[in-house]
Ligand binder design. Structure first.
Ligand code: ADP
Ligand code: MG
Length: 339
């Protein structure tokens, strides 16, 4: 016999939170994306114990006005869209208004923020979704989120976390990807008081690749810059000598957003096929600029998957760009040898 009842709000919030916040790296992703959307030019990510006990994200972006701080933590509250039509041309990384409410539901959050217009900053504290404190304080322009005791009230979630070292490595990989996605933003990643990543944010992608990966990779890059209708490819691919045993070094971004796309991965690997041994994968740091009307916006944004309206053409274009880039390199030593 059914005994149907509505869930209470607290339970609803915790279930919803679980869909957005799976582990410490999800918190970092959401907060850094917010900082990017706030037009920050410098973002610092600091963690302790793999982010389980301590995550601090500091940005120099636009800040949050005092009277909107509490609102920001409500589910479905956002400054990025107003109505469903806005989704067709959304340029921000977020728009669902679910991240802050989800993080606050399963941790202790301290927000310090100040806008350009206000004289004083504020400190706002929220724990397990309940507001604890709001006070004026002196603060620099921008926003700091301090997230403590992740999943302290959802032990089932906590049990699924891996070791602090593994969780920290997920965050490290994420910050690397975010730094490459935004060469115009300076990123810093500090793990247990040690600086692990520091990028200049000088807009030069090759410099950022050097900041993240060092000399060996930067010394073996081929620059790409091609365009077809509605699609532009810029960035760098690695010469086959710096190929790896896994796909971790295949970085690509669509409209400055980190995404997963079988089509793009396949086209890249197909382009490399005749240049590389089996079971080896290339280094790439590619930026795709794709017209909004060639993309399907109905795909769940947090899944990072992407669908294109003209799959075949885009596939061919990527494949040819890669294989021609690699061939161009192959030709150079031959020409100089015959001279
Ligand atoms: P979304 O990013 O989908 O809008 P969030 O829950 O991530 O939803 O954030 C809610 C709102 O809080 C954002 O729309 C934005 O207005 C504000 N906000 C969050 N983080 C920042 C930040 N670092 N700087 C300025 N505003 C922020
Ligand atoms: Mg967001």
């Amino acid at each position: 016999m059914p005994n149907i009842a509505l869930l209470d709000q607290n339970t609803i919030d915790k279930i919803a939170a679980g869909e957005v916040i799976e582990r410490p790296s999800s918190v970092v992703k959401e907060l850094v994306e917010n900082a990017i959307d706030a037009n920050a030019t410098a973002i610092t990510v600091e963690i302790k114990e793999g982010g389980i006990s301590f995550i601090r994200i500091t940005d120099n972006g636009c800040g949050i006005p005092r009277e909107e701080a509490a609102l920001a933590f409500l589910r479905h509250s956002t400054s990025k869209i107003k109505r469903v039509e806005d989704l067709l041309c959304v340029a921000s990384l977020g728009f669902r208004g679910e991240a802050l409410s989800s993080i606050a539901a399963v941790s202790q959050v301290e927000l310090i923020t100040k806008t350009k217009e206000s004289l004083m900053g504020i400190r706002y504290i929220i724990e397990g979704g309940a507001e604890k404190e709001l006070e004026d304080i002196g603060a620099p322009e921008g926003t700091t989120f301090l997230v403590r005791k992740l999943f302290y009230n959802t032990p089932a979630r906590r049990k699924f976390l891996k070791s602090a070292v593994t969780e920290a490595s997920y965050i490290n990989d994420l910050v690397e990807r975010l730094a490459l996605s935004h060469p115009d933003i300076s990123f810093k990643f500090i793990n247990n008081n040690q600086t692990k990543i520091h990028t200049s944010g000088n807009t030069n992608l090759k410099d950022i690749i050097y900041n993240v990966y060092g000399r060996e990779i930067t010394g073996n890059l081929i620059e790409l810059n091609t365009e077809m209708e509605g699609v532009k490819i810029t960035g760098f691919i690695g010469k086959p000598v710096i190929s790896r045993g896994n796909r971790n070094y295949e970085n690509y971004y669509v409209n400055a957003r980190y995404v997963k796309s079988n089509l793009i991965s396949k086209a890249i690997e197909e382009g490399y096929k005749t240049f590389m041994m089996q079971h080896k994968y290339p280094f790439t740091a590619l930026h795709f600029t794709i017209d909004g009307d060639l993309l399907d916006v109905n795909v769940h944004p947090t899944k990072m998957e992407l669908r294109f309206s003209n799959q075949e053409e885009i596939y061919q274009f990527i494949f040819l760009t890669i294989s021609e880039g690699l061939t161009r390199r192959e030709l150079i030593p031959k020409v100089s040898l015959s001279n």
